[in-house]
Structure formats: C-alpha cells, structure tokens
Design a protein around this ligand. Structure first.
Ligand SMILES: *[C@@H]1O[C@H](CO)[C@@H](O)[C@H](O)[C@H]1NC(C)=O
Ligand SMILES: *[C@@H]1O[C@H](CO)[C@@H](O)[C@H](O)[C@H]1NC(C)=O
Ligand SMILES: *[C@@H]1O[C@H](CO)[C@@H](O)[C@H](O)[C@H]1NC(C)=O
Length: 406
C-alpha cells in the first residue's frame, strides 16, 4: 500500500481540528442566505442506525480481481438511466425504465429500441424526450410530469408488466404495452410520494416500496442526508383493489424481491446500507430482520434461477458517515455550508466504489464483484442474471453494462 492510497482513505472530517473549523464556519454562515446544498429544503436530520464502516469492511469479502472492471458498456447513449431491467416470457428484452419516463424494449439489431409503455397521458415527446440529457438536472423539473419508472416486473402468468413509478405509483400495462393503468397512487387516503420497486406474489398481490413520505425522487439525496425513516413496504391486492401498509418507518426502502418459495421477501434500506428480510410465512411471519450490512448503498435486489439474490451496491460509504449518522446536528450545520455538495462529499472522503454481490437464500455471501474505483461501472442499480450474462442497470448513466456469467 503506497502512501497515496493511505491518504485517500483518510477523511478530512475525522480530523478534530478540521471538523471544528467546518462547524465554526457553518455556525457563522448557517443558513442565513440559504446558499448551502440544502438551502430552501426543510432539512431535518435525525439519528439513524448504520453499522460501523470498519466493521463491515473487515468481514466483507473483497474481489481482488476487480471482475466488474471487465464489464462491457452496451447501448451507450441509446438508453438513459435504465434503473430496472426485465425480460418477457418470450425472452424478449431487455425492457428498461428510462429517465425520460418511458419503458422501452430492445427488439434486436434490425428494429433497435422501441417505446413499449408510458406511465401517464401527460407524456409528450416535446417535453419529456431529452435524450442523453434525461439523466441530468435538465430533466428534474419535468420528471414529475413525464414519470420515472424505477421498478419493472412481468407477471409470468398473464404477461402484464407492473411498473413502480417514482411519481405515478404502482401501474400495470398489458403485454402489448401502451399507456399504463394506475393501480395504487394512495394508501390510507394519502398519496404515495415515491414508489420505487416491486415484486409479484404468486397469489397476485404486489409488494412495493414507497421510499419516503418527505422527499420525492429528485430530492432523494436529502432522504439519505437526513437519515429520515418514513419509507414503507406496501402491498396491493388486485381482488379488492386495495393497498395496505406492510411495514412503516423504513430508511429509504428501495429494492424488493420475493424468495423462490415465497416464504419471505428481501428489501434494501439504502440510507442504512443494509439488506433486510420480511417473513410472509412460518414462525416469524410478519417480522423483519437484518440479512447483511453492506459496504455501500444498496439499490435493487433480483433473484436468479437458483433462488439466489443479486444486490447492486454503490458508492461512497465512509467512516465519517458514522460520525454524521449519530450526530444529526453536525449534518445540520455541515450541509448548510455554502459549498457545492460534490466538495462536501469529497471532504467526507466519499469516492466511487461499485460492488455487486450474490446472496444465498440463507443470506450467505456467495459472490462479490467489484469495480473498486468505479472506472467502468458507476451507480449500479440492478443486476439481472439472464442468458449467460449479468445485465446491470444504472439510474444515472446512459448505458446497460453486461458481464458474461457464470
Ligand atoms: C486474491 O485472493 C485469493 C484468495 O483470497 C488469493 O489466493 C490470491 O492470491 C489473491 N490474488 C491477488 C492478486 O492478490
Ligand atoms: C400530469 O402531471 C401533473 C403534475 O405532476 C399531475 O398532477 C397530473 O395528475 C398528471 N396528469 C395525469 C393524467 O397523469
Ligand atoms: C397473498 O399472500 C400474501 C403473503 O402471505 C398476503 O399478505 C396477501 O394478502 C395474499 N393476497 C391475496 C390476494 O390473497
């Protein structure tokens, strides 16, 4: 280990003198001018529960071959922020939910990508189709209008596609595509603010996540910075067309995946960097438990044919985070500094780090594939094992990454 990399791992925020300086500076300028990254947003940090970074990293297996670096970026600048990927029962696809609000599908070299579904009649080419700019802040003010499909799942029996959209809730579209029909936009009379991912139970019920009651997708960073836990796991029952709260008080619930035998489901809590299990049957029915603390921020979870679970994990955990997670007042000051978020992140020692991991049904880690500096793969959001490959989605870049597997 060279000196340089040692330095890289140190975070400025852990130096007492520097921390004091930051806090004094923060107190001096605090929010008078609302110039910091959180200026104008009702920013209310709370304590939250995150396992110590060092402890997680010590027991976390490393991929010293950096196998994710061997991945190939496909469909570059043809798909925009494809967070979730799906294949239909005829094996067509991938289907992908894009940052411009569309669900598109790949129809082979001759046809290319075609629009399969939209989530709202508000969608228009003029307003929504911003191409490669869809994944930039240029789309932010249009997202609410155009939609942002984040989770996709086919019902294998009916061929219907279910969509979790960050603005339009839970929707469904038939096998021919078109305008998706809303199924759940409210629960207990209040709007679902940020639907994120879903899975379909064999009895037809849909389990899906609503990430926050406080912030929508464009402001998702604040959910993590606040450490707020107002997210929920919800269930939609088609026979009665009703939506129910399964779990409340979650810290950025994100991906959701039923087990092969459907006795439990897994979900991620992004803010607290962990993978959790919720029992649907058996002696612990109705309870949730920890499966694993993760070395980064998890997104979607997807099962493979063997019933194992791929988890996409991203970027930027640092030891400084624990100091911040246990001391909301430091965050309250720090993120009000009139300094761009990217610098604030760097001062905390944040840097790109990408890892995907395969878990057994019992929660053991079977595979770890890393791109330790995010050279090829950054901000991965989902891993689908299909057709002898891993298909890797990303919410913030304009490509799909693939890697031969196994
Ligand atoms: C990678 O890890 C394996 C198993 O821990 C070890 O046998 C091997 O020598 C390591 N390779 C490198 C290049 O460090
Ligand atoms: C169109 O977008 C607006 C703004 O987000 C929303 O309030 C409205 O419900 C949408 N209309 C339809 C038909 O989805
Ligand atoms: C399907 O099964 C789940 C899990 O046991 C249950 O919560 C749900 O109510 C069932 N849905 C229907 C429509 O029976």
């Amino acid at each position: 280990m060279g000196k340089q990399s040692q330095l890289k791992d140190e975070t400025l925020l852990q130096h007492p003198v520097f921390l004091l300086f930051v806090l004094v500076l923060g107190l001096v300028v605090m929010d008078h001018f609302q110039m910091g990254p959180v200026g104008g947003v009702g920013f209310r940090p709370v304590k939250h529960d995150i396992a110590p970074y060092k402890q997680v990293m010590e027991s976390w297996p490393r991929d010293n071959r950096s196998r994710l670096v061997e991945g190939k970026l496909e469909f570059v600048d043809q798909v925009f922020g494809p967070e979730s990927l799906e294949f239909d029962s005829l094996g067509r696809g991938p289907y992908a939910g894009l940052a411009d609000g569309r669900v598109v599908r790949w129809m082979g070299e001759d046809v290319g990508w075609e629009t399969f579904a939209i989530v709202t009649s508000n969608w228009s080419e003029k307003l929504c189709a911003r191409g490669v700019d869809s994944t930039t802040s240029k789309q932010w003010k249009h997202e609410k209008w155009c939609g942002r499909p984040l989770g996709l799942r086919f019902n294998k029996y009916t061929g219907d596609l279910y969509i979790a959209d960050a603005y339009y809730g839970l929707l469904m579209v038939g096998p021919e595509g078109g305008l998706a029909m809303p199924l759940a936009t409210h629960v207990e009379g209040k709007p679902i603010l940020f639907a994120n991912d879903l899975d379909i139970h064999k009895n037809g019920s849909i389990f899906f996540t609503d990430t926050s009651k406080r912030h929508n997708r464009v402001n998702h960073f604040f959910i993590m910075l606040e450490g707020e836990a107002t997210g929920r796991l919800l269930r939609y029952d088609p026979p009665t067309k009703t939506t129910h709260i399964v779990l409340d008080g979650l810290a950025f619930p994100n991906g959701v995946q039923l087990s092969k035998d459907q006795t439990f489901l897994l979900f991620t809590e992004t803010t607290n960097c962990r993978l959790k299990k919720y029992w649907l049957e058996g002696p612990r029915v109705g309870t949730a438990e920890l499966v694993a603390d993760l070395p980064g921020f998890p997104d979607n979870v997807r099962i493979n044919e063997k019933g194992q679970f791929w988890v996409a994990i991203d970027c930027c955990r640092t030891a400084a985070q624990e100091v911040l997670s246990h001391n909301p007042w430091i965050r309250s000051v720090y993120f009000r500094l009139p300094i761009p978020m990217s610098y604030l992140g760097r001062m905390m020692g944040m840097r790109m780090y990408t890892v995907i991991s395969l878990f057994s049904e019992k929660g053991e880690i079977l595979e770890v594939l890393e791109d330790p500096e995010g050279v090829v793969m950054k901000l991965v959001s989902e891993v689908r094992e299909a057709k002898g490959k891993l298909w890797i989605g990303t919410v913030a870049h304009n490509h799909i990454a693939t890697l031969p597997y196994p």
